[in-house]
Design a protein around this ligand. Structure first.
Ligand code: FPP
Length: 232
């Protein structure tokens, strides 16, 4: 379920525009992803300072495997580097790290590092930072359904609350606010189940440039929204 009131309890972000950011500077696309990756900790800290408890970031979609091999391996390398270099810092900041998505297509080494980072920070009580990597909303729903069938749950007992428990990140409230940077206005298979009643905020600012000003803008726009959840 989503919360009401201010600040939003859970903010989700589609971090779009890294490629264009690099292109505008005459740099290779990977330089944009690196700048985007470097923006994660500062943005996480700023949202946390605003009172946000959960932040979910879309880092690699199930569709992103179709990008050129060099970009895919660059993004996987960046994920590994981030875990190696920043897990301790997140742990020190009392951040709880969660992974959303599949691990069966990651290398054994990366999958193990993801699990270690999640285990290490599992009891932290500050911001919960969910990183969606090899994540797709439809894929998540299919995997949840598969688990439910495998568990042999009787069809009559299945309702929305029970179904949600089989999704990735059980116990995490639905996003109150979904932000997409980079100027496109679409969901792109992100958290399809969970965003049923999220407020949407689209900004043309490219992800590596998304900072304090844009966060304040998104939060103050959110503050003006009247959330009725289908009621009156
Ligand atoms: C979209 O920009 C961004 C991505 C597909 C990757 C997001 C990744 C990061 C922010 C950094 C990496 C972080 C980790 C943890 C691996 P785009 O490439 O589609 O940009 P464009 O639309 O301008 O081409």
């Amino acid at each position: 379920m989503s919360s009401t009131g201010y600040p939003p309890q859970h903010v989700a972000i589609t971090m779009d525009g890294n490629g264009r950011w690099a292109n505008e500077r005459g740099l290779p696309r990977m330089a944009g992803h690196k700048a985007g990756g470097d923006n994660i900790r500062p943005v996480a800290n700023m949202f946390s300072e605003h009172g946000v408890k959960y932040l979910t970031l879309y880092a690699f979609s199930t569709e992103n495997w179709s990008r050129p091999g060099s970009e895919v391996s660059g993004l996987l390398g960046l994920l590994e580097q981030k875990i190696d270099r920043e897990t301790q810092a997140f742990h020190h900041d009392n951040v709880r790290l969660i992974h959303l998505g599949r691990t069966d297509r990651l290398s054994e080494g990366i999958a193990r590092k993801v699990k270690q980072a999640v285990d290490l920070t599992g009891n932290n009580t500050g911001l919960t930072l969910c990183l969606a990597f090899d994540y797709g909303g439809r894929d998540e729903i299919v995997r949840a359904t598969r688990r439910i069938v495998t568990a042999g749950l009787p069809p009559d007992g299945l309702d929305e609350a029970l179904f949600a428990r089989y999704l990735d990140g059980p116990g995490i409230p639905d996003p109150d606010l979904l932000i997409r940077t980079g100027g496109e206005s679409r969901l792109s298979n992100f958290l399809l189940w969970q965003v049923a009643y999220s407020e949407l905020h689209f900004t043309p600012v490219l992800w590596p440039d998304f900072g304090a000003t844009e966060i304040e803008e998104a939060l103050s726009e959110y503050r003006t929204r009247q959330r009725r959840f289908g009621g009156v």
